[in-house]
Design a protein around this ligand. Structure first.
Ligand code: NAD
Ligand code: TYD
Length: 336
């Protein structure tokens, strides 16, 4: 397959590219390289002829059109502003990249006669779930944060492109991903790196918010199955199947790392903080034959081992030095 990936220098997109290239697919990675784009994540494929990078902005139709080949097999659209806390501070970039950027991608994909458009969405579009409620594909979209609102709007444009123009689209909604190469602003990489450095771990509010965690490698397996076997126009949920409170997650993390619970530090709660996410993925299991392989404890242990072994990757993220990698490794390889 020839796949046009957006946002492939981020956490999930880079795992998807590593898997796709290993499977023999050719991949063009179209990425703006915002603070979240880290080309070190793709060091293992940079010299592979199946992989290429184009630096560009999904909001700019001319840049996307110049980079996207005619009739490529698929677009996999990861590019987004992805951090809820940042969207609360300022939502503008979220509207631009997540909404306008998605519409631009849909337009160019249609004109380029792309085979299939896989849009990467989130369980956050469903908003809070009640104690015994599970978010199903046909459930109401009730976003709480500006981030979730922008992802919800993007989904509506995907649906409109399918209905109005007959574009072959699939939407996947994934729960919280974790694993290697996640930028240390999200809960798990932040907590792991702080724990390893004996620094306080911020717990928002009472810490009893519930999240469902899926390993990024399992998520990307599901995405590749959705691309290959999903039905056009459908939405597929992807989750870990074991929602837990943030405090339970952090207690497990500290036990594995061997650090005291006194590192947990209560801080002011996030505004509008959703209490519970719980994504139901029975349709994905039934239609695509997928279910998560990694148990949370095994995946968390492996992730902690990765962060221990890659302390320099984390410190380069924190210092901003990861941006220098682009100049040294990619000089002359990319088009802009
Ligand atoms: P990330 O923040 O790690 O990476 C985002 C990538 O998009 C970066 O490489 C960045 O440079 C690129 N990008 C941002 N703006 C761009 C623009 N205007 N043009 C081109 N590229 C741009 O994100 P992630 O955690 O890998 O998430 C990927 C996708 O999965 C997002 O759509 C996100 O909403 C969705 N998602 C993430 C999670 C999660 O737990 N991380 C869960 C569910 C859904
Ligand atoms: P996060 O990783 O930002 O993902 P999301 O908001 O998309 O679920 O946060 C996961 C949960 O952890 C969420 O309930 C907010 C909480 N949280 C903290 O308690 N402390 C932190 O420092 C962060 C970043 C998040």
């Amino acid at each position: 397959m020839q796949i046009f990936v957006t946002g492939g220098a981020g956490f999930i997109g880079s795992e998807f590219i590593r898997q796709a290239v290993a499977a023999g697919d050719s991949v063009i990675n179209f990425d703006k390289l915002t603070y979240a784009g880290n080309l070190e994540n793709l060091a293992s494929v940079v010299a592979n002829p199946l992989y290429s990078l184009v630096v560009g902005d999904v909001c700019k139709a001319d840049q996307v059109a110049a980079a996207m080949p005619e009739a490529c097999d698929a677009v996999v659209h990861f590019a987004a502003e992805s951090h809820v806390d940042r969207s609360i501070l300022s939502a503008e970039e979220f509207v631009l990249t997540n909404v306008l950027g998605t519409q631009v991608m849909l337009d160019v994909a249609r004109h380029r006669k792309v085979g299939r458009f896989l849009h990467i969405s989130t369980d956050e579009v469903g908003g809070d779930m009640e104690a015994d409620e599970w978010f199903r594909e046909e459930g109401a979209l009730e976003p709480s944060s500006p981030y979730a609102a922008s992802k919800t709007a993007a989904e509506h444009f995907v649906r409109a492109a399918a209905r109005t123009f007959g574009l072959d689209t699939i939407v996947t909604r994934t729960s919280n991903n974790y694993g290697p190469f996640q930028f240390p602003e999200k809960l798990l990489p932040l907590a792991i790196s702080n724990a390893l450095e004996d620094r306080p771990i911020p717990v928002y509010g009472d810490g009893l918010q519930i999240r469902d965690w899926v390993h990024v490698a399992d998520n990307c397996e599901a995405l590749r199955l959705a691309l290959a076997k999903g039905r056009a126009g459908e939405t597929y949920h992807i989750g870990g199947g074991d929602p837990m409170t943030n405090l339970d997650v952090l207690h497990m993390l500290l036990r594995i790392v061997g650090k005291p619970e006194s590192l947990l530090t209560r801080v002011t709660d996030r505004l509008g903080h959703d209490r519970r996410y719980a994504v139901h993925f029975g349709k994905t299991t039934h239609e695509l034959g997928w279910s998560p392989e990694t148990t949370f404890e095994a995946g968390l242990t492996a992730t902690i081992d990765w962060y221990k072994a890659n302390a320099e990757w984390v410190s380069r993220c924190k210092s901003g030095d990861y941006r220098k990698y682009y100049e040294t490794m990619y000089a002359g390889r990319e088009t802009v």
